[in-house]
Design a protein around this ligand. Structure first.
Ligand SMILES: Nc1ncnc2c1ncn2[C@@H]1O[C@H](COP(=O)(O)OP(=O)(O)OP(=O)(O)O)[C@@H](O)[C@H]1O
Ligand SMILES: [Mg+2]
Length: 207
């Protein structure tokens, strides 16, 4: 089982968008997947609530008595996390994480706010001991622009990989509103976006 955490203390950067789509990808591949929500707003849970039962199943993760317990017999766990994640809560999550995906928008403010978080992650004992893989996913960015270049330079300067770039598109907004992911609609409708996810999936899948 792999546990993938999607985290950035900055709000509104795309954590829930990435979490739901990643879970949707595993489900479409026919693998058992749980989508967990450590967010008080419970956005992923609400999203699961509107997802049709006819679609590939994404199970929800229930925290028993506030305890994070990894379920048995599940191939993938994807955990959405809240803005402001820090301290004990973060520590607890890092104890079970195999991968951490950090969404980042290409603005100097976001980059500065995220820098400390990435540095903090790299220093964590759990991350070092578990060899947790950390990667940054550029959000709402056109890969051909100077801001993408800037983001890449910043991330690579920290010794971390850029997993890819997801463009700014209403597809994500509209799909989310219907409990859908990129893998639940005709590929022709979201062709560009599916292509952008390939490098993310390759990274997630690699042992
Ligand atoms: N690539 C994208 N293109 C366009 N809109 C996007 C994209 N990614 C996310 N959004 C939209 O931006 C908003 C914020 O995204 P999302 O909820 O995924 O962020 P978040 O990091 O989970 O926020 P929070 O910190 O509040 O939990 C949502 O309305 C979402 O649909
Ligand atoms: Mg969210």
């Amino acid at each position: 089982m792999t546990v993938i955490i999607v985290a950035n203390p900055k709000g509104g950067v795309g954590k829930s968008t990435i979490s739901t789509n990643l879970a949707g990808y595993f489900a479409r591949r026919g693998e058992s997947v749980m989508l967990g929500d450590t967010d008080k707003q419970q956005s992923s849970r609400a999203w699961l609530g509107i997802r049709s039962k006819d679609l590939p199943l994404i199970q929800s993760w229930d925290e028993e008595g506030g305890q994070l317990r990894t379920p048995k017999g599940i191939a993938h766990v994807v955990l959405d996390t809240p803005a402001g994640l820090a301290g004990e809560r973060l520590k607890e999550l890092l104890r079970i994480a195999d991968r951490v995906v950090v969404p980042l928008q290409p603005s100097m403010f976001d980059i500065l706010a995220t820098r400390d978080f990435l540095a903090h992650l790299a220093e964590r004992k759990a991350v070092r001991e578990r060899h947790t893989r950390i990667g940054v996913l550029g959000m709402r960015v056109d890969a051909r622009t100077r801001s993408a270049e800037q983001l890449q330079r910043f991330v690579e300067g920290l010794g971390l990989p850029v997993l890819g770039y997801l463009r700014d598109t209403q597809n994500y907004v509209q799909l989310a509103a219907h409990g859908l992911t990129l893998w639940d609609v005709a590929a022709s409708r979201v062709e560009k976006d599916l292509a952008q996810w390939q490098s993310v999936i390759d990274w997630v899948d690699r042992d």
